[in-house]
Write a protein that binds this ligand. Structure first.
Ligand SMILES: NC(=O)c1ccc[n+]([C@@H]2O[C@H](COP(=O)([O-])OP(=O)(O)OC[C@H]3O[C@@H](n4cnc5c(N)ncnc54)[C@H](OP(=O)(O)O)[C@@H]3O)[C@@H](O)[C@H]2O)c1
Length: 341
């Protein structure tokens, strides 16, 4: 019989490696470092996840800079309340609260936690999780967070897109845009015009665009066609010019606008909501909401072969600062992964 001394006890990890944000600023190298911190503790309605990978988002820039300023009401006035950046993650559940019934230890999951994903462990509420798709490596599931949810909710819910619709996607080559082309196809778009820069034209065609306009060479507002949905993921044209591209019953979906210190890009959304009272067409927009149900829809789309992540660059957790600095340049081609283990 084994004595108590010889029975192996479960390893209890107390500290972990993570990216740690100490202040706000535009240069990731000045406000973020990789170090060690406590493994977060989970409540009875939460799970603990061993993170396999995370991915970068334009959203990370807002939390890194604390801009526009009003987001600091939530994120912390002088310095970030939550120190660990990173919204998207994929990993394996290693701890389950007593009240959690829908997930178990060992489940491979992914989702969007807004912040906290550039770490070896994170705590999440089950309503934010989905089982990972089986047809792609777990670390690639870490790309199916904010950007993919925005593409899905923006087209399916905000635009209420219908099969047979003609879709215009401005900003088609980044995280949101590469998913939006594929989601539009999966939802039955009859035609997709994608707007991106020269280097990404081939990618946009490969993802399913019928026509690609290179914004470096041509002003897409000059094309004659009208669209049922204008999915604006770049905010590069005036609302008036954008409205002219819509059919009579078309919908303008505003995902973003120019960034600024005080209120931008929210000003464009407010301006659009007011201005569109005088439009015939509908105006829609908002902020994507993280939820496991939509993540599960995306996982199914991946396993059904309708959606695949476009991987731009790969970084390690030790290179998280470089990953965030690259994302902040604003020229991502699809999604960049931060591999954690
Ligand atoms: N409302 C929401 O809930 C929500 C959610 C996610 C993201 N967003 C916002 O949506 C925007 C896109 O997010 P993302 O994750 O896709 O960003 P991203 O991955 O950084 O991609 C940005 C893309 O925009 C393209 N771009 C830049 N200038 C352009 C222009 N003038 N015309 C057309 N394309 C242009 C870039 O392509 P080139 O390199 O070819 O220029 C790049 O591929 C960001 O502003 C983000 O903050 C909003």
């Amino acid at each position: 019989m084994e004595t108590p001394e010889t029975i192996p006890s479960p390893v209890k990890v107390e500290t972990m490696k993570a990216a740690l944000q100490t202040g706000y600023g535009p240069d990731a190298r000045e406000v973020i470092r990789v170090g060690h911190t406590d493994v977060p503790t989970y409540e009875s309605d939460q799970v603990l996840i061993e993170v396999a990978a995370s991915s970068t988002n334009a959203l990370d820039w807002h939390y890194m800079t604390g801009l526009p300023y009003f987001i600091r009401l939530q994120s912390g006035l002088r310095s970030p309340k939550r120190q660990i950046p990173g919204a998207d993650f994929a990993g394996v559940i290693v701890g389950v609260g007593d009240d959690v019934t829908d997930f178990a230890i060992g489940d491979r999951v992914f989702g969007d936690v807004s912040q906290g994903a550039f770490a070896e462990y994170l705590v999440a509420h089950p309503r934010l999780l989905s089982l990972a798709p089986q047809s792609i490596p777990l670390e690639e599931s870490a790309t199916l967070g904010v950007a993919a949810l925005t593409a899905l909710q923006g087209l399916r819910d905000w635009a209420a897109m219908k099969p047979g619709d003609r879709i215009l996607i401005n900003g088609a080559s980044g995280g949101v845009g590469t998913f939006a082309i594929q989601v539009a196809r999966a939802l039955g778009a009859a035609h997709i015009t994608a707007v991106c820069s020269t280097n990404n034209v081939d990618t946009a065609f490969a993802l399913g665009a019928h026509r690609v306009v290179d914004y470096k060479k041509e002003d897409f507002t000059g094309i004659e066609d009208k669209f049922d949905v204008f999915f604006d993921n770049a905010g590069s044209k005036s609302l008036r010019a954008s409205q002219r591209m819509l059919t009579e019953n078309g919908v303008f979906v505003m995902i973003t606008g120019r960034k600024g210190k005080w209120i931008r890009p929210a000003d464009r959304m407010i301006g659009g909501a007011i201005g569109s009272k005088f439009w015939k067409q509908r105006f829609a927009g908002g902020t994507a909401s993280a939820n496991g149900r939509d993540s599960a829809t995306l996982a199914k789309m991946v396993d059904d072969g309708q959606v695949r992540p476009v991987i731009d660059r790969r970084f390690t957790l030790d290179e998280a600062v470089e990953a965030l600095a690259y994302q902040a340049e604003g020229h991502a081609r699809g999604k960049s992964i931060v591999t954690v283990r």
